[in-house]
Every structure is written in C-alpha cells, then in structure tokens.
Write a protein that binds this ligand. Structure first.
Ligand code: NAD
Ligand code: TYD
Length: 340
C-alpha cells in the first residue's frame, strides 16, 4: 500500500493518470490536490470520488501551510506534480500566474517532499522546454541532452521548474525524476487546446481558427500512453534522470484540422486562417529511445485509432464540454479570437 499525491488531477492529463493508477494499482491510496482553476473540473473525477482509496483536496500548490499540513497527515510515498498553468496562449496574455504556479508551486511541493521524506518526487514537464526545431531538418529530434531553450512564458516557467527540480536533487538529495512529453490528446482535454477546440467548433458549425498557415508540427501522443510511461518511471525509472516521452507521430496542424472535418463530415470551408501566435514554435519532435531502451516503453495507441476514440468521446460527452464553453470560456474566446 503506497500513498500517492497527484496534483492537478482535475485537469486533462492528471485525471487520466488518476484513472490509470486506480486501475493499475488498486491497493494504492490516491490523494488529489487541485486548485480548480478555470482548467480544473471536479465533474471529471465523479467516477472515483466515492472510492475509499481516493481523496480530493481543493488546494493551491503554492499554499505552503496547507501543503505542509496535508503532507503531515498523508505521509505520501510518491508525489506526481501535474498542476500547472498549461496554455501557451494564456501565458502570452498573462505570464505572472505561470511563474507563480509552475515555479513557486513546484518549490513548495518539493520543500514538503523533503521535510516528509517522500521516496519519489516526479515532475511532469514538457518537450516545450527544448524550444523548437526547424521544419527543413526532419532528421533532428529532442533528446534528453538537447539544451533548454524556451520560447513562451509557459515553456520558460516549466523550464524554470525543471532546473529547480534538478537543483533540489543535487543540493538536498531529493529523489526526483522528470518526464518531458510531447502534445497529448484524448478524453477530458480542455476545449481551448487545438484538438478539442476544433472538434467542438466543428460540431457547432463554427469557424476553425488555424494560426498562421497551419504548417506548425506537433508530435501527438494518446494521453493513456503518457500515463503508462509516468507509471513506469515512478516504479522503474532511475532517480535524478530525465525521460523524454513521445511516439514519433508528427503532424501539421492543418492536417489535423482537415482530418477532424472529414471524421465529422464537416466542410473544410469552416477553416479560417487567423493571425499567428507570437513566437510560435515551428516543430516539436521527441526521440523516445531512452525510455524505450531503459524501461521498454512504447506507445500503444496509433494516431488514427486514438483520434477516432477521442472524437467519439466528445460526441458521447457533450454535456462535459458544453458546460465549459457556455461559461467564462466565452469571454476568453472573444478576447483570444475576437480581433484576430
Ligand atoms: P490542464 O490545464 O488541463 O490541467 C491543469 C490542472 O492543474 C487543472 O486541474 C488546474 O485546476 C490545476 N491547477 C492549476 N494551477 C494550480 C495550482 N496553483 N494549485 C493546484 N492546482 C492547480 O493541464 P494538462 O494538459 O493536464 O497538463 C498537465 C501537466 O502536463 C502540466 O504540468 C503540463 O505542463 C504538462 N504537459 C502537458 C501536455 C499537453 O499536451 N497537455 C504535454 C506535456 C506536458
Ligand atoms: P495547443 O493545443 O495550444 O498546444 P501547444 O501550443 O502547447 O503545442 O496548440 C497546438 C498547435 O495548434 C499550436 O501550433 C498552435 C495551434 N493552434 C491553432 O492553430 N489554432 C488554435 O485555435 C489553437 C488553440 C492552437
């Protein structure tokens, strides 16, 4: 029996990770900390809320006193930090909250992890800390040795957290691991990110806003494959190491949007090219050979299956995303796309 604190578990990847862990390790106790920002949704956790080995605590990871008290109470063996401000476009609008949650929040969790002697602190990071790759060099990939070279306030805040995690390992001997994953997709993805936004807009026959020319490339991974990789790192990964996670599934934004139109039987005339994102990264591409070689991890879901499952999920769970897009989201949408 182990106790695992999962932060940000009411968000996209954190919730999928909780579902995975409760199935894969039914003897573990899972304690979820989440502030429930605009991106956190308690209804996502409905299916596990009443289980005996699950506890939800609404808390800001920057709340030193609260975090300390919870660690004293729960004595966690493992901490997995998903909690973050995660949207590049929002970080361009308002960087401050990214520094607070992503950097200060990480330090707060690590201080408690040191004090209460956790056996593993895992930081969920992103391939965006490596910056981007040029479109005309398809032979280049991000390895764990690629220098940190960030573009957006979001990626800079995630990189700051990663550096702090490695510093806590070296200075205090905190037993840490870091994973840097490529773009995820799947159920419970907040509908302001590319794939769910395009699905929701298609279903509502609304314009599909493609930034720039839509030629930017992302390396898409089904969320369950990411969760399985983190589980492996927690149990078999080497302390002090960084593991890249990605499935060699590079796609241009425009091709994803056209594919969603085809799958939903909607016309491509819905596609609207809008002003590009400031500092827009061109291409992300992960070399996953370290996690494959050391831990035997490989992605299990092919993109064509994963995207169909995802679209099906959004069709069957309309109330989940319709509730989101009927609220504060409308102000965000007007601000972000109104004059673009
Ligand atoms: P998300 O925005 O869907 O969820 C973030 C969650 O964190 C929300 O539930 C939110 O309420 C919570 N949160 C935010 N600030 C908090 C705070 N101060 N205290 C406590 N909880 C807080 O994000 P996601 O897409 O699930 O990403 C999870 C993690 O994975 C992030 O660290 C992100 O950087 C990383 N990541 C995401 C992707 C991706 O494609 N989405 C890829 C690689 C890495
Ligand atoms: P996003 O889902 O925000 O993830 P990230 O920027 O972290 O990779 O965006 C994925 C890609 O899609 C990115 O190149 C920006 C682009 N994009 C659009 O073209 N239109 C949109 O409305 C959104 C949200 C993103």
């Amino acid at each position: 029996m182990k106790t695992v604190i999962v932060t940000g578990g009411a968000g996209f990847i954190g919730s999928n990770f909780i579902f995975h862990m409760m199935k894969a390790h039914p003897d573990y106790r899972i304690v979820c900390i989440d502030k429930l920002t605009y991106a956190g949704n308690l209804s996502t956790l409905r299916s596990v809320m009443d289980q005996e080995n699950f506890r939800f605590v609404r808390m800001d990871i920057c709340d030193r006193e609260g975090v300390d008290k919870l660690f004293a109470e729960e004595k966690p063996d493992i901490v997995v930090n998903f909690a973050a401000e995660s949207h590049v476009d929002r970080s361009i609008e308002n960087p401050g909250v990214f520094l607070q949650t992503n950097v200060i929040g990480t330090a707060t969790l690590m201080d408690a992890s040191r004090k209460y002697g956790v056996a593993r602190y895992h930081q969920v990071s992103t391939d965006e800390v490596y910056g981007d790759l040029p479109l005309d060099r398809p032979d280049l990939f991000f390895t764990e040795e690629t220098p940190i070279h960030t573009s957006s306030p979001y990626s800079a805040s995630k990189a700051g957290a990663d550096l702090l995690v490695m510093a806590y390992h070296r200075t205090y001997g905190l037993p840490v691991t870091i994973s840097r994953c490529s773009n995820n997709y799947g159920p419970y993805h907040f509908p302001e990110k590319l794939i769910p936004l395009m699905i929701a807009n298609c279903l509502n026959d609304k314009p599909l806003p493609v930034y720039g020319k839509g030629l930017n490339v992302r390396d898409w991974l089904y969320v369950e494959d990411h969760c399985k990789a983190i589980d492996l790192i927690l149990h078999r990964g080497r302390v002090g190491e960084v593991y890249n996670i990605g499935g060699h599934n590079e796609m241009r934004n425009i091709d994803i949007v056209k594919l969603i139109c085809r799958e939903l039987g909607k016309p491509e005339s819905l596609i609207t090219y809008v002003a590009d994102r400031k500092g827009h990264d061109m291409r992300y591409a992960i070399d996953p050979s370290k996690i494959h070689g050391e831990l035997g991890w490989l992605p299990e879901t092919k993109f064509e299956d994963g995207i169909r499952k995802t679209i099906q999920w959004y069709l069957e769970n309309r109330s989940w995303w319709e509730e989101i897009i009927s609220g504060e989201y409308q102000n965000y949408y007007a601000r972000m796309y109104g004059n673009r």
